[in-house]
Structures are given as structure tokens and as C-alpha cells.
Design a protein around this ligand. Structure first.
Ligand code: SF4
Length: 114
């Protein structure tokens, strides 16, 4: 199940789609493109279990896969930054360097840095 709600700074929850279309608060807590990037990063379509999931707690991974949940967008910024670095590495590696390659087998998948 995906993340379906954002947690606003005042602790209230809002559907991500509602937040992205119009913030009901006086002022957005974060720049709209950043919120869109956070939303995209939360619902990546990877069907195999990932290394990131395997190193997280079993209960956390189970609940994320079986239950809709809410996230504080500010808490995702470091993860988003990490994903951006993967993209930068992927686009700026020249020659015969193997970089940012998602490898998978019948059990799991993981993306490896150069
Ligand atoms: S922009 Fe921030 S404060 Fe506004 S609805 Fe979205 S999460 Fe809540």
C-alpha cells in the first residue's frame, strides 16, 4: 500500500493529491515542486523486495506494504536528496564504468553505485 497522506506541520493529515492541488493552510509548508518530488519518491513502482526494504525493520516493511500510511514530507527530504545523488551519478558517468545499475534475482533487487 502506498503513502496516501501528508502530515502537515500542525499534525493534521491530508490526502497527498489534495495537498498537491491546493494547500488549505495559509501558506504551504514547502515549495510545491519539492512536495511533488516527495510524493513521487514515496510511490516508486518496484515489485521485488529491495535491499532498502530488507535492511529496514520487518514490521515497518510489512506495514508499508499492507497499509495506507501518512508521512511528514520534511522527514523524506534526506531520502529524496539521496535519490537525487543516484540520478546525478547515473547521468554523469562516462566510459565503461558500471554505475547505478539495478540488479535483481528471484529474491530481491538493489541499485548499486559505482
Ligand atoms: S503544503 Fe504542507 S501544510 Fe499545506 S497541505 Fe501540504 S503538507 Fe499540509
Amino acid at each position: 500500500m502506498p503513502a496516501t497522506k501528508f502530515i502537515c506541520p500542525d499534525g493534521k493529515r491530508i490526502d497527498i493529491t489534495d495537498c498537491l492541488s491546493s494547500c488549505p493552510k495559509q501558506q504551504r509548508c514547502m515549495f510545491l515542486p519539492t512536495l511533488r518530488a516527495v510524493a513521487n519518491s514515496l510511490n516508486r513502482q518496484i515489485s521485488e523486495p529491495t535491499v532498502t526494504e530488507l535492511i529496514a525493520g520487518i514490521r515497518e516493511t510489512f506495514l508499508k506494504k499492507t497499509t495506507d500510511y501518512a508521512v511528514d514530507p520534511a522527514s523524506v527530504l534526506y531520502a529524496l536528496h539521496g535519490q537525487a545523488v543516484h540520478s546525478i551519478n547515473e547521468r554523469h558517468t562516462q566510459g565503461n564504468i558500471l554505475s547505478e545499475e539495478r540488479l535483481k534475482d528471484e529474491i530481491t533487487s538493489g541499485q548499486f553505485d559505482s
